[in-house]
Design a protein around this ligand. Structure first.
Ligand SMILES: [Zn+2]
Length: 194
């Protein structure tokens, strides 16, 4: 286990900016919850099946804005990152966060939570001057790459986003890890992966 520090910039209730340093622990063993695991994880509870073409890792924007699509039971093999969960909690509040927690608990939904910010090899410290959004995107992408490597390349991993810049920046960085933009035609059901 590695101990690092995480610097948070918070606003006090009077609106003053406060810099807070928190201890942050990184571990090598953070369960992947995939039945294809090649790393000997202790995967208690729900695991993703192996008979899928790829796993899907939605970025923060997708989880914040398109939860109703991610709730479709037809969508399988979804990995929600801790980064995305926290993003929902911060920008949408407790109700939406609980909706996501319920989805993760529900055995009918084929999705798991990956604690990417505690995983030694997927964690990305925020860089100086990096915006919160860019950092979150980098964290989620790094988690997608970790999955691909952890499963020894047995499944492709697709990060989905509605951010075209993220597609341009990351799609061709690693073979087997794709970044695709999703166009939602109508919010009820249709989703095209471009
Ligand atoms: Zn594993």
């Amino acid at each position: 286990m590695i101990k690092t520090e995480r610097i948070l910039h918070l606003k006090s209730c009077r609106g003053r900016k406060v810099r807070v340093v928190r201890e942050h622990y990184l571990r090598e063993e953070v369960p992947c919850y995939s039945s294809l695991c090649q790393g000997g994880c202790v995967n208690d509870g729900k695991v993703l099946p192996g008979d899928l073409i790829h796993y899907v890792v939605p970025d923060v924007g997708m989880v914040v804005d398109y939860m109703e699509i991610l709730e479709l039971r037809e969508l399988q093999g979804i990995v929600f990152t801790q980064t995305a969960c926290q993003g929902v909690q911060h920008s949408k509040g407790r109700r939406q966060y609980n909706r996501l927690r319920n989805l993760l608990k529900d055995p009918r939904h084929d999705c798991v939570l990956f604690a990417n910010e505690y995983q030694e090899y997927s964690y990305c410290p925020r860089e100086k001057g990096e915006s919160q959004e860019k950092w979150q995107t980098r964290c989620v992408y790094s988690a997608a790459v970790w999955y691909y490597n952890h499963l020894a390349g047995m499944r492709n991993v697709v990060m989905i986003t509605d951010d075209q810049e993220a597609v341009a920046q990351y799609n061709s960085l690693n073979s087997g890890v794709y970044v695709m933009s999703v166009q939602v035609r109508d919010r009820s059901h249709q989703m095209d992966v471009l």
